[in-house]
Design a protein around this ligand. Structure first.
Ligand code: UD1
Length: 422
């Protein structure tokens, strides 16, 4: 298993090209199953989660070529409409295959995702939604077996809880269903808008994406298209929080206007982080300014709120700050695995239920720590950048799921960082 070594307390200064969004690429790759024409996708990040989704598509008879600039996909009817436990257990987003397979072929079998480090994460909303569209779904031996006689039928689905994945699965399923599907209490994340825009390019009839009410009018067939994946707002936010934790400035490139505005808004409570849009939103300049933080009170929320996927990194970036620092995790019940590792570096954090209180310390000390999930790993990298001495982050395969060339990008900005492969 690879490790990353970081020598802390260096100024971070330079330019970083932000990769395409992981959370947009995964559903868009799954959506390629909706058509038998060639799909061409640009700006797909080279991440282990993306390679896993490609492996799933290949296991379902798709031909995938992934060169430097494009990912090209051509699907043909799979002999076996099943995605095994072995593939789903490694990545929860594999479950997004269910909607496209079922609506296109009338049958699908996908393993139930297991538990994961950030909580139980059920898939009841996905299953209920598909059942309301006429699917017959049974769960047996850890597999969700879904079939439908004829086509899925459009209907009104009101989610009892907002879910990104369930919104995506139902939206994809609805594109080839009979009639109109109304998704109420839908998630509004920009990655859902990116998926909807991709589906519309394939010919789908969707309106209301980016709001809580999405309307999909089913059609018979979807076609070839070309699409560029949006920038990864979580990657960009992570680098901004590297600046927050250390000192210096970064020019984040390959951004877009909406992602810049979102980051400016969610980081506005951090008075010592200054963000400025450049080149009409193509770049975001992030600078650490000398200001004592008076008080920060942030709760993770669905979009456009502060993303849960940046909670661990935010926690790390505040460990040496002054003031009243309070965070609340509102999306996942158990997303705090990073805290015990941060404490090993000298962090003073009090966790009560879903609330965190950070008491700033003068110094963090480099230590050997263990990554437990994707975003916990990047919080340890940030703490390593802030610490005195060397930090060794173990189990960095978690990091490789969601950050493309992280060490190279940081190294180019003055950070002393090295991967040790075993
Ligand atoms: C997606 C993101 C993930 C992010 C999360 C929340 C991808 C590939 N992953 O995950 O990075 O952290 O959104 O922004 O895009 N829930 C249910 N029943 C369900 C589905 C979800 O109760 O059927 C609950 C979850 O346990 C959680 C909440 O709803 O508490 C939100 O989860 P959801 O939005 O579905 O997350 P994912 O789509 O899995």
């Amino acid at each position: 298993m690879d490790k990353i070594l970081i020598e802390g307390q260096k100024k971070i200064e330079g330019k970083i090209k932000i990769s395409g969004s992981k959370n947009s690429s995964l559903p868009i790759l799954a959506a390629s199953l909706l058509s038998d024409s060639q799909i061409k996708i640009k700006n797909v990040p080279r991440l282990s989660d993306v390679f896993l989704m490609i492996k799933i598509l290949e296991s379902l008879n798709s031909k995938v070529t992934f060169n430097k600039d494009f990912c090209k996909i051509k699907t043909s009817r799979p002999d076996n409409l099943c995605v095994s436990y072995d593939l789903v257990r490694k990545m929860r987003a594999s479950f997004l295959i269910l909607g496209p397979l079922l609506t296109r072929y009338g049958k699908a079998e996908v393993s139930l995702p297991g538990g994961c480090a950030i909580g139980t994460r059920p898939v009841d909303l996905h299953i209920e939604g598909l059942k309301m569209m006429g699917a017959n779904i049974t769960i047996k031996d850890g597999y969700v077996r879904a079939k439908v006689i004829g086509k899925l039928k459009g209907t009104e689905i009101k989610f009892k809880k907002i879910s990104v994945g369930a919104t995506e699965n139902i939206m994809m399923a609805a594109t080839l269903a009979e009639g109109v599907t109304l998704i109420k209490n839908a998630a509004k994340e920009p990655e859902i808008v990116d998926l909807a825009n991709f589906l519309i390019k394939m010919g789908a009839k969707i309106i209301g994406h980016g709001t809580n009410n999405i309307k999909v009018t089913g059609i018979k067939k979807l076609f070839a298209c070309e699409h560029k994946i949006m920038p990864d707002r979580i990657e960009a936010g992570t680098f901004a929080l590297c600046v927050m934790g250390c000192s210096g400035s970064l020019m984040l490139e390959n951004m877009n206007n909406d992602v810049c505005d979102h980051l400016v808004k969610i980081f506005s409570p951090l008075k010592s982080l200054y963000l400025k849009k450049r080149k009409k939103g193509e770049c975001l300049h992030v600078t650490k300014v000398n200001k004592n933080l008076q008080s920060v009170k942030i709760t993770t929320k669905e979009y456009p709120g502060f993303p849960t996927d940046l909670q661990a990194q935010l926690t790390a970036s505040l460990l040496k700050s002054n003031g009243k620092l309070e965070l609340k995790e509102n999306i996942f019940e158990n997303r705090f695995m990073h805290i015990s590792e941060l404490k090993r570096m000298g962090a003073n954090i009090k966790l009560k239920g879903s609330k965190l209180k950070i008491i700033g310390v003068e110094e963090l000390l480099g230590a050997e720590v263990m990554a437990t999930d994707l975003r916990a790993s990047s919080s340890l990298i940030i703490a390593g950048l802030m610490a005195n001495g060397i930090t060794t982050v173990n189990r960095v395969y978690h990091l490789d799921r969601g950050y493309e060339n992280l060490e190279k990008k940081l190294e180019n900005c003055g950070v002393i960082i090295r991967r040790i492969s075993s």
